[in-house]
Design a protein around this ligand. Structure first.
Ligand SMILES: NC(=O)c1ccc[n+]([C@@H]2O[C@H](COP(=O)([O-])OP(=O)(O)OC[C@H]3O[C@@H](n4cnc5c(N)ncnc54)[C@H](O)[C@@H]3O)[C@@H](O)[C@H]2O)c1
Length: 344
């Protein structure tokens, strides 16, 4: 039987998710929600009910797809989890780490799955690259080179860290996937070349140390002219037995956004049906968000940042801000890292 999904957020990504739901043999659309009622009504197209709040159309739904703006992810997800509805959310998990930790605890408290759709994990070429890496053995150093010069207009051209906040999450999450390991420290230098058409820093060099001792280097710019890597970036993994490389499918066949989010939807449905915990569940995905936010902190202070320090500060802030039932779950974690990696 199909699972009934409520789509929250009827913007650009919402349209992509509607197509993915329409193409899925496992999912049917139950309703559309958007703060902007006219946008919700347009997306619902008289096929399904629409509303401006999730609770108005939650009855009879099986899960929620959250394609709202990042600032709304926390409230939408918290509302859904309290209603007992699993959530497949767009990246980034939330805008900050305390909110991310609270949602991990709420997912645990309600026994309700929350996973982030890291769609680039479903690139076909990535699976082949990971196979090469696993065959070679222990990685000493992993690198991504990402250079593009898109002219988006809109919010990306005015935000403080467009590259790190809006794009780097994809590469950072991919690095965790490729290394099967978690980050412990980052130093990041972010800057804006003189010719940049962005107000904030459009370029960055970040070096992460992972728990195994492997280093991950990210060298990237969103205002590059005359040399474009693929949207996935150009990757190398250096091992004792040789080097594995992936150009991110520069010459194709790169997976389309529709293909990757459809695969992400299928993986989420499979997890709901099997009860197995997917790799991008909230607890694990906190570490991808932490890579981004720790890189931003390092770029702002000029100092290296220990991920555990950022997690400890976020944990204290989350405990202080959360309702008593969520705060009790957070307090029960033996350490933040253990709460994320062992409990969740
Ligand atoms: N995976 C990818 O490759 C990818 C690509 C682009 C965007 N995204 C992510 O998708 C999300 C949406 O991006 P977009 O480009 O579609 O934005 P958008 O601005 O086009 O659409 C967002 C929609 O959310 C609605 N909204 C905002 N707050 C809401 C609330 N509280 N309740 C209900 N609706 C609300 C807005 O009215 C708008 O219609 C973002 O988190 C973005 O980072 C992911």
């Amino acid at each position: 039987m199909s699972l009934r999904a409520v789509l929250v957020g009827a913007g650009a990504m919402g349209a992509q998710w509607l197509d993915a739901v329409a193409a899925s043999p496992d999912v049917e659309l139950a309703a559309v929600v958007d703060l902007d009622g006219a946008a919700a009504a347009r997306a619902a197209r008289d096929r399904v009910p629409w509303a401006t709040t999730l609770s108005a159309v939650a009855d009879g739904a099986d899960f929620v797809i959250d394609a709202t703006v990042p600032a709304a992810h926390f409230d939408i997800t918290a509302c859904a989890l309290r209603l007992g509805l699993p959530v497949l959310g767009e990246k980034p998990l939330t805008s900050n780490l305390p909110q991310a930790l609270s949602l991990a605890a709420l997912s645990e408290l309600t026994g309700t799955l929350f996973a982030v759709s890291q769609s680039r994990r479903f690139e076909l070429g990535l699976a082949a690259f990971k196979k090469q890496i696993v065959a070679l053995g222990t990685v000493g150093s992993l690198t991504t080179e990402f250079y593009r010069g898109p002219r988006f207009g809109g919010f990306r051209e005015t935000m403080e860290h467009p590259l790190l906040l809006d794009m780097a999450i994809h590469a950072f999450d991919t690095a965790r996937f490729l290394l099967d390991d978690e980050p412990v420290r980052v130093y990041c230098d972010a800057y804006n070349p003189p010719w940049s058409w962005y107000a904030g820093d459009a370029s960055a060099n970040a070096v992460f140390r992972f728990a195994s001792g492997a280093r991950y280097s990210y060298t990237a710019s969103w205002c590059s002219t005359g040399y474009d890597t693929s949207w996935n970036g150009n990757w190398h993994a250096h091992t004792a037995a040789g080097t594995a490389s992936w150009d991110g499918d520069l010459a194709g066949p790169a997976s389309s956004l529709q293909e990757t989010i459809s695969a992400s939807l299928a993986a989420f449905v499979a997890a709901l049906r099997s009860g197995q915990r997917p790799p991008t569940r909230v607890h694990r995905n906190v570490l991808s968000l932490a890579m981004v936010l720790c890189a931003v902190e390092s770029a702002s202070t000029g100092q290296p940042v220990l991920v555990d320090d950022a997690l400890a500060a976020a944990h204290a802030a989350a405990v202080a801000a959360a309702p008593p039932d969520v705060a009790a779950v957070l307090r029960g974690w033996p350490s933040v890292r253990a709460g994320l990696l062992e409990t969740g």
